[in-house]
Ligand binder design. Sequence first.
Ligand SMILES: Nc1ncnc2c1ncn2[C@@H]1O[C@H](COP(=O)(O)OP(=O)(O)OP(=O)(O)O)[C@@H](O)[C@H]1O
Ligand SMILES: [Mg+2]
Length: 370
Amino acid sequence: MIHLENIVKTFPGKEQNIHAVRDVTLDIEEGEIYGIVGYSGAGKSTLVRCINFLETPDSGTVAVKGFGAYSVQGKKILRKAEGSDNYVTAKTGDLQELRRDMGMIFQHFNLLDRSTIFENVAYPLKHTGLSKEEIKDRVVELLELVNLTDKINAYPSELSGGQKQRVAIARALANKPLILLSDEATSALDPDATESILNLLKDLNKRLGLTIVLITHEMAVVKTICDKVAVMEDGRVVEEGKVYDVFSNPQQEITKKFVSTTIGMGNVEKLLLKEASPIKPGEDGVLIKCIYDKDCVGEAVISETSRKYNVNINIVLANVEMIQDSPLGGLVVIVQGDDDQIDKAIGHLRACRVEVEVIEDGRMARIHHA
Ligand SMILES: Nc1ncnc2c1ncn2[C@@H]1O[C@H](COP(=O)(O)OP(=O)(O)OP(=O)(O)O)[C@@H](O)[C@H]1O
Ligand SMILES: [Mg+2]
């Protein structure tokens, strides 16, 4: 649906240039909700603004189904029409069309405060050749879609944040786009409004087959509605994949950090490692964290391991996350028993595809003392 290739965007800075986007290549499939996460300044907004040319890349290619491909080469924007083999200089109208036919929503809604909800939603329908009647019908239809028909004559100031974002979504969908770009659309909302907007986006994605590119700094949002996720750091995509895979097996440090902000197990190590922590493995035990995914029933493996190696396994903390309707489990346990049996038990867990991390090895303290 969207193919980005070698996108580069640099802004001139006072002392040095700001490399907002450094050579990003990625693919977004039709009907997908594609999350982009990263810390402030990572280049998320700039990258997404390059998709609809709100920002013109310095170089690179943007191909969008139905619009052909745009390629920026040395200050020139070239266009290859859908089905054609040749690039020709792009016309201003082409880019306007691209911008108009891709919906976009923002953190602060960007509504026209002095216009009614009707006028806000009708705004992008101006100059589209529709009659007054047709525009009215379309606006009502759009407001029905976001469940806000009763506010048609209200002003934005009379609406809650969640309702304002619904208006913004209705406006973004006015020209029946196939793609919606969402830049931190829930960042200014409370948890309830966030949930309801995310449900709406998921619903629109399913019902209209809308492809959604969703920027967020919250992994909880990604976990709730995204199919795939890209992690950006310093202008680059450093990790990318299906949400479940990224959550169950993050590769990069930054991804691990992001994942730990939403997985309930995230910060337990820090707490357990504190001097004052009442949870200690003892001198014949090891405190470990186990993560197991949908292909492995963690609890069953634990009791089997305990029996097989004659070790005690005490569960200190257990947690199951649902990601994309699949469980991702985590356990913190103390394994106690003979030294070599403990090692074998841990080896067995790993052989059963449980990811094991040793938090504290009590046996080390004993060896130290001896
Ligand atoms: N119009 C601009 N002019 C100059 N520098 C810019 C401009 N837009 C963005 N930048 C810079 O480019 C870098 C990436 O910015 P961008 O807004 O894409 O990051 P972001 O990941 O969206 O951050 P945030 O989470 O804070 O929204 C930052 O260093 C930013 O200061
Ligand atoms: Mg941004």
